[in-house]
Design a binder for this molecule. Structure first.
Ligand code: FES
Length: 147
């Protein structure tokens, strides 16, 4: 697999790994085919600005790298701006990904959107252009995640 130096760097030294206690929004997504799981935590202030973001990824190296760089891309952005971060922005920031690993960057895009959706739900707001997450990770039985 031909990874860029940047992918290797973010895989070996991931930034913003961990979780945020009392996060404003949490997004959990997964890819059924490879079985990888990604979780993104957002801390959003009253002005809808993302103060902090962290991730936990149980998956391949590219998934670790994409989720790590995705958190960096959204910190300091407004909710609306974060929505514009797509898997192509993530791939571009990493100087590209091998074709077989493009779906890993998609997971990062989906995780951000799922976390924003969670934030919107918790605050009874509508974020224009945001669609509900399709991954079954956020269902309606209450578990330890929701405390
Ligand atoms: S192989 Fe599935 S997320 Fe990377």
């Amino acid at each position: 697999m031909n990874y860029s130096d940047k992918v290797m760097d973010y895989f070996l030294n991931p930034r913003n790994m961990g979780e945020i206690e009392g996060a404003s929004g949490i997004g959990l997504v997964g890819n059924a085919r490879c079985g990888d799981i990604m979780k993104i935590y957002l801390d959003i202030d009253g002005g809808n600005i993302i103060r902090d973001a962290k991730f936990k990824t149980f998956g391949c190296g590219a998934a670790v790298a994409t989720s790590s760089i995705a958190t960096e891309l959204i910190i300091g952005k407004t909710v609306q701006e974060a929505l514009e971060i797509t898997n192509s922005s993530v791939m571009e920031a990493l100087d590209g990904l091998p074709t077989a690993k493009v779906h890993c960057s998609l997971l990062a895009e989906e995780a951000i959107q799922a976390a924003l959706w969670d934030y919107a739900q918790k605050n009874g707001m509508v974020i224009e252009g945001l669609k509900p997450p399709t991954y079954g990770g956020h269902d309606h039985h209450h578990d330890a995640d929701e405390s």
